[in-house]
Design a protein around this ligand. Structure first.
Ligand code: FE
Ligand code: FE
Ligand code: ZN
Length: 274
C-alpha cells in the first residue's frame, strides 16, 4: 500500500519526506507553490538529491505535486487562463527538476459560460501545456465534486477532455473519494465504480487517489472533506477501496482536516485494514 498525506514543503523536499516517514507514510503530496498562487521557491539541488536518497532508502512510492487553487483553465477571463497556462508550464518543468512525476490539477470552473465552452477552454489550455511537457511527468486531472460551476465531476467530462487532448499519454486522473461522493458516485460498490471508470476513461489513467471522507451526502455537489469514518462514506467503504488489489500501486493521499498527529493516526487506521 502506498499511503501518505498532504504535507508542507516550506522547509524543502527532504524535510517533507522525513515528515512523511514520521507519520508512517511512504508517499506525500505537496503544493508546487503557495496554494493561492504566486511565486515558487528557488529549487535546491542538494535538497532534492538528499530527498530522493532518503525516499529510495525508505521504499517510498510515487510523490504527488498539487497545483495551486488559483489556476483555472476554464476561466472566462483571458488573463486568468494565460496565467494558468504559463504557471502550469513552469510547474511541469519544476516537478521534472524535482524528480516528481505527477502534478494534480483541478479541472476548472466555467462560470456562466456553460460546461461545453468551459471544457473546450480546458482542452485548449491543456494542449498547449502538453505540447511541451517534459518526459517522465504527467498532469493528473482531479475529479471534482461539481460544486458551483466546477468542471470534471463526471467520468464522461474527464473522458471528453482526454479525447480532446488526443489521448495524450502524459494526461492522467486523480480521483478523490470526497469529490466522487459529492458528484453522486456510490463508492460502497467500488467494483462498479472501477468498471465505469475503466469503460469511460481506462483504468490505466488512474495515477493517484485522494482518500477523504465527505461531510456532505452523496450527490450534494459539495466539497467538504471529513476525517475518515466521520463523514458519509464511512470506514467499511474506505476499507473496500484501500484493500482493492487494483489500488496497490496507487498513491493514496489523505487531505482530511488533520494535523500531522491526526494523519499519523489515520495512516495507522488505514494500514490496519489490509
Ligand atoms: Fe485537489
Ligand atoms: Fe483532492
Ligand atoms: Zn476537495
Amino acid at each position: 500500500m502506498i499511503i501518505g498525506a498532504h504535507v508542507s514543503i516550506a522547509k524543502g523536499l527532504y524535510k517533507a519526506a522525513v515528515t512523511a516517514k514520521g507519520i508512517g507514510a511512504n508517499t506525500f503530496q505537496f503544493f508546487t507553490r503557495n496554494p493561492r498562487g504566486g511565486k515558487a521557491k528557488e529549487l535546491n539541488q542538494d535538497d532534492i538529491e538528499k530527498a530522493h536518497d532518503y525516499m529510495r532508502a525508505n521504499s517510498f512510492g510515487k510523490i504527488v505535486a498539487h497545483a495551486p487553487y488559483t489556476y483555472n483553465l476554464a476561466s472566462a477571463k483571458v488573463n486568468i487562463r494565460e496565467f494558468t497556462i504559463a504557471t502550469l508550464k513552469d510547474d511541469v518543468f519544476r516537478i521534472k527538476a524535482m524528480g516528481i512525476s505527477y502534478l494534480v490539477l483541478h479541472v476548472g470552473t466555467c462560470g456562466e459560460q456553460g460546461e461545453e465552452k468551459g471544457l473546450s477552454l480546458v482542452i485548449q489550455g491543456l494542449q498547449e501545456v502538453l505540447s511541451l511537457i517534459p518526459d517522465g511527468t504527467e498532469i493528473l486531472l482531479e475529479q471534482m465534486a461539481g460544486e458551483g460551476t466546477e468542471l470534471g465531476y463526471t467520468f464522461e467530462q474527464l473522458a471528453k477532455i482526454i479525447e480532446g487532448c488526443e489521448y495524450h499519454s502524459q494526461l492522467g486522473i486523480c480521483l478523490d473519494s470526497c469529490h466522487m461522493t459529492g458528484a453522486g458516485y456510490d463508492l460502497s460498490n467500488f467494483g462498479l465504480i472501477k468498471k465505469g471508470f475503466d469503460e469511460k476513461i481506462g483504468w490505466e489513467r488512474l495515477k493517484a487517489f485522494h482518500l477523504n471522507d465527505s461531510l456532505f451526502p452523496r450527490g450534494a455537489r459539495r466539497d467538504r472533506h471529513a476525517k475518515l469514518g466521520e463523514g458519509h462514506i464511512g470506514l467499511a467503504t474506505i476499507k473496500n477501496i484501500v484493500t482493492d488489489s487494483d489500488m496497490r500501486e496507487i498513491p493514496l493521499i489523505l487531505e482530511t482536516p488533520n494535523d500531522n498527529v491526526g494523519y499519523a493516526k489515520e495512516i495507522t487506521l488505514v494500514k490496519a485494514m489490509l
